[in-house]
Design a protein around this ligand. Structure first.
Ligand SMILES: N=CN[C@@H](CCC(=O)O)C(=O)O
Ligand SMILES: [Mn+2]
Ligand SMILES: [Mn+2]
Length: 322
């Protein structure tokens, strides 16, 4: 397929071992995108979105194109604590050369739809946050088909509810695009953003958040100490939705933990806070699909942001399968 490249198995590297001890031993690279696996059990489907055109359009620092491979590189040597009979399949990357962002998003949406329909728990590796538009649209169609309500939870410093630029989507617009589409298509969808920073979102975006009926909590309130209030918000939100699409924008973390992003911030939330949210969502049994976005390896330090992304994924999966 145009704009798809498989992951070579040798990209999954780590310490050798005779028994399964590390991720690189468990992940299987799959060349074709039919997403059919003879094993009917729930499986994990990794797919990269190696695209940073949306970041470019949003005047950000490009480099997220290298995000998916950077996450694979640090996941390979990570200790493996999930079941040995769990299939973890790496379907390679959607990548950007010679196609418009809109074409890449369409292809991403089609492939995530197939992952969902063919019994995978999708983990999509970004890439710019423009990934959320196709990811959200696939999840929205999937839940609408079952007459269910989709809840989108975005851990992010930014609302990403900006208007299109000259009719074109970008990394700052995906959730407005989803909410507008849901409204037009009469599909049920709620949006909650955790980690909003006032200094990074103008008043106009708070207005958009209100007019679209979005939910949010500001970064100052997103702490472990304030967990009972966060839990109340999550409980209210979860009571209104059937399934969750979770998006983790790494720029929501303080840049002390996540320097390798397009728009770093010293004031973001901590990994401890994010892990509490991830555990709560995993235990809710409503988690349908997730992504980690905005990793920009060009600005990373000692792969710490990539490792943070990998740890968030590993932790969520461990809590899901516990
Ligand atoms: N996906 C990122 N969106 C942010 C970027 C902010 C920035 O570049 O400073 C936004 O548009 O608000
Ligand atoms: Mn952000
Ligand atoms: Mn974002």
């Amino acid at each position: 397929m145009k704009n798809h490249k498989s992951t070579a198995q040798y990209n999954w590297k780590g310490r050798p071992s005779e028994t399964i001890q590390y991720w690189h031993q468990q992940v299987r690279c799959i060349d074709d995108l039919s997403f059919q696996d003879i094993n009917p059990k729930k499986k994990i489907g990794l797919l990269g979105y190696a695209v940073d055109e949306g970041v470019r359009r949003n005047q950000g620092r490009v480099g997220a194109i290298a995000g998916p491979d950077s996450i694979r590189k640090v996941m390979g040597p990570m200790a493996y604590h999930l079941p040995e009979n769990l299939n973890i399949l790496d379907y390679g990357d959607i990548f950007g050369e010679g196609s418009s962002l809109e074409e890449l998003q369409k292809s991403t949406e089609e492939n995530i739809t197939k992952l969902l329909e063919r019994n995978h728990f999708p983990i999509i590796l970004g890439g710019g946050h423009d990934l959320a538009f196709p990811h959200g649209m696939a999840a929205l169609q999937y839940t609408a088909n079952k007459n269910e309500t989709l809840g989108i939870i975005n851990l992010d410093a930014h609302f990403d509810l900006r208007e299109l630029n000259n009719g074109q989507g970008h990394s700052g617009s995906p959730f407005l695009q989803i909410l507008n589409s849901a409204k037009t298509q009469n599909k049920k969808c709620e949006y909650l953003c955790l980690g909003i920073q006032r200094a990074a979102n103008p008043s106009s975006l708070f207005e958009t958040a209100k007019t679209t009926g979005s939910w949010w909590m500001e970064s100052e309130d997103c702490t472990v100490e304030n967990w009972s209030s966060v839990k109340n918000t999550l409980d209210s939100f979860l009571s209104k939705v059937n399934k969750i699409y979770l998006s983790i924008d790494l720029d929501g973390f303080s840049s002390a933990f996540a320097p390798g992003v397009s728009a770093p911030s010293p004031m973001g939330f901590s990994p401890d806070f994010a892990l509490k949210v991830l555990e709560y969502l995993a235990k809710s049994k409503k988690l349908l699909t997730m992504d980690v976005v905005e990793l920009n390896p060009a600005y990373d330090i000692d792969h710490s942001t990539a490792k943070l992304a990998a740890r968030c994924i590993e932790f969520t999966l461990r809590k899901l399968w516990e």
